[in-house]
Write a new protein. Structure first.
Length: 242
């Protein structure tokens, strides 16, 4: 698997240098931050001229940085649930998000918010691939990500461990800003076009909707997930202060 770009590669060097097999840097490019971190970690790299680097990176705007890394390793689901319960982390189940750009944005934004983990289904879903990692900008290094065969079964298991389950719904949900939210909690976010599947809706404790005071369109799924989780994080921190 290849990792492209300054931020994704730099964050990987900082967080998991052992996963990097080869590192290529383009000559005559300002990469001082990466070179300094490479030296600090005791890694090696190969310097390539512009034409050689371009042949290696292809059509991707790699910003003069390319790393060959290990395949992404998902965290075992049950281990993730246990750690989430212990550390008051909110698992986010994605119910059919198929666009790698959206998945990468969700990973990046939730990693920035902190306090969230991610659960992906094996089928009818984007997986963590090179495109996702490029968009995530290193966010995958700072959160737990699991993949399971059946998200309904995963949500059921979470409920059996004591998690409440809320879902982001476009219509007919309770207003997110007025709703009472308890913890421990997990969240379900639906697909780009159809939202949460009917079979999953049955397992929600409550469906919540984000208010839209402007045009009655719809939020992009990555934006919706970020807004939804921002509000949950705000509630969680408010609860801690009390």
């Amino acid at each position: 698997m290849r990792l492209y770009g300054k931020n994704p590669v730099l964050e990987r060097i900082k967080s998991d240098p052992g996963s990097i097999h080869k590192l290529y840097l383009q000559k005559k490019t300002d990469l001082s931050d990466i070179v300094n971190e490479v030296k600090r970690q005791g890694l090696s790299f190969e310097s390539l001229d512009k034409s050689s680097f371009s042949r290696l990176s292809g059509d991707v705007n790699a910003q003069g940085v390319l790393a060959e890394v290990e395949e992404f390793k998902y965290m075992p689901f049950r281990d993730m649930l246990k750690e989430a319960l212990e550390k008051k982390i909110v698992p986010v189940f994605l119910d059919g998000v198929t666009d790698p750009q959206n998945l990468g944005s969700i990973i990046r934004n939730l990693a920035c918010l902190g306090g969230f983990s991610l659960v992906l289904p094996e089928h009818r879903s984007a997986c963590v691939n090179e495109t996702v990692l490029r968009v995530a900008c290193g966010g995958e290094n700072y959160m737990m990500i699991s993949m399971i065969k059946n998200t309904v079964n995963g949500v059921t298991e979470a409920k059996n461990m004591g998690f409440g389950v809320v879902g982001a719904v476009a219509e007919s949900g309770s207003d997110m800003l007025d709703a009472t939210i308890g913890f421990p909690l997990c969240v379900v976010i639906g697909s780009e076009g159809k939202g949460i599947r009917p079979g999953m809706l049955k397992h929600l404790d409550v469906g919540l909707s984000l208010p839209m005071r402007g045009a009655h369109l719809s939020y992009n799924v990555a934006v919706a997930a970020s807004l939804f989780c921002y509000e949950i994080n705000r509630r969680k921190w408010s609860e801690k202060k009390q």
